[in-house]
Design a protein around this ligand. Structure first.
Ligand code: F3S
Length: 401
């Protein structure tokens, strides 16, 4: 591959230094890249200046590279109450990344918009829930890239070969036996949150091998797996889990993998996790679902749960712009709109400027959002199943389980 421009040279310097730090065995070629650090709210002026300077060096992505969500919907920002000042800065971040040849997909679920890697394929993804889903559910191979290292991978199609790119780096550190019901996606997120806390201290980063639990069949299956990984990525920076009899590597080598785990734990209840994540108080300002971004199947489920009823309070469903367009073509978006639900694209609910929007109390079905919103925004969070969130939107209050 012929690399050109000062930007690519800088990228190779970054990757070489990172490879040295991690004791990498050379570089590996990647099939796709996902870049994080897109919200202006997160990266600020320094981050924006850094990206614009890099974009000015004249190098472009040499592999399919996509962007994580930013902090605002590019189409609906005005009607949702975002300020012009914020959107201008956000657009400059996106423009700088586009200048580097990174596509403005603006989603944390690139696998819903045509960028799903194949089994065993090496990729360089950055967003924690996407990394966990790609490694665990799709059987791809990626470490969690930082913002600059992902851009460097995009400009070179390379990443250092270490940890989750290697067979030995994917062995489980601990068997986690689950002896309680894990029915809904919110339950899966809660389980993920508990597991993340449990394995965070495992040597070399925790990789759990789960037994005694399986996702539901049907429309909720993928959402359940997504939520499980997102929960453990949030609380324990877990980049890979194996689920006995379900995930591809556990299906192919379950016994061998389980034998490598040095530690054992048992989870008998989700109660502690539910208590920790569900701390909402007072009036709900916003019901927010779609963290990670909602799939077409999730939108179908929400439409079914609303069943034509009207939301009384703001109800935002975060999703990829491509998924929103598909929902418009298929009629799901019209049904959701009739119920007062808003499809918000390009946006991460955790890195959006919620305070500026006057949002202090949020209801959500996402353990990841419930984990981060209090620390990022001082928000009060009601956490529960998608069903409870839809009921909260329709009734205007959080209904006890
Ligand atoms: Fe996606 Fe933001 Fe949640 S990146 S997983 S919506 S925290």
């Amino acid at each position: 591959m012929k690399l050109s421009g000062a930007g690519a040279a800088k990228a190779m310097e970054i990757l070489t230094a990172l490879g040295r730090i991690h004791g990498a065995r050379g570089m590996v070629e990647v099939g796709s890249v996902q870049v994080s650090g897109v919200s202006y709210n997160n990266i600020g002026e320094h981050g924006l200046a850094f990206l614009e300077e890099w974009a000015g060096m004249g190098s472009r992505a040499v592999v399919n590279a996509t962007m994580n969500p930013g902090g605002a919907d590019r189409r609906l920002w005005k009607s949702l109450g975002f300020s012009q000042g914020f959107i201008r800065k956000q657009e400059r971040v996106i423009a700088a990344l586009e200048g580097l040849g990174i596509k403005p997909t603006l989603t944390c679920t690139p696998y819903h918009v045509g960028a799903a890697p194949k089994l065993g394929e090496h990729v360089a993804w950055a967003e924690s829930s996407a990394v966990c889903f790609a490694n665990s559910v799709l059987g791809a191979r990626t470490n969690r890239e930082g913002g600059p290292s992902a851009i460097a991978a995009a400009l070179t199609s390379m990443t250092p070969r270490h940890t989750l790119h290697t067979d030995e780096g994917r062995l489980p550190t601990r068997i986690v036996e689950v002896r309680c019901a894990v029915g809904t996606s919110a339950d899966a997120g809660t389980l993920g949150y508990l597991i993340g806390r449990l394995v965070a201290s495992d040597r070399g980063g925790g990789i759990p091998y789960l037994m005694g639990v399986e996702p539901p069949a049907g429309l909720e299956c993928l959402a359940w797996l997504k939520a499980l990984g997102a929960g453990m990525a949030a609380s324990g920076s877990v980049g890979l889990f194996h689920l006995d009899g379900v995930t591809p590597e556990a299906l192919a080598h379950g016994r061998k993998l389980a034998a490598a785990a040095k530690r054992n734990s048992v989870i008998t209840s989700l109660a502690e996790g539910r208590r920790a994540l569900n701390c909402g108080k007072g009036r709900i300002d916003l019901v927010a679902v779609g963290c990670p971004h909602a799939s077409p199947e999730d939108l179908e489920r929400i439409t079914g749960l609303l069943n034509g009823r009207k939301a009384r309070i703001p109800f935002w469903i975060f999703t990829a712009e491509d998924v929103r367009r598909r929902a418009e073509a298929e009629g799901t978006a019209a049904a959701l709109k009739k119920s007062g639900a808003i499809l918000v694209s390009d946006t991460c609910m955790v890195v959006a400027p919620l305070k500026e929007l006057g949002i202090m109390t949020v209801a959500t079905d996402s353990a990841k959002a419930a984990f981060y919103l209090p620390s990022h925004h001082g928000a009060s969070v009601y956490f529960g199943s998608l069903e409870r969130n839809v009921e909260a939107a329709v009734r205007g209050v959080w209904v006890s389980a």
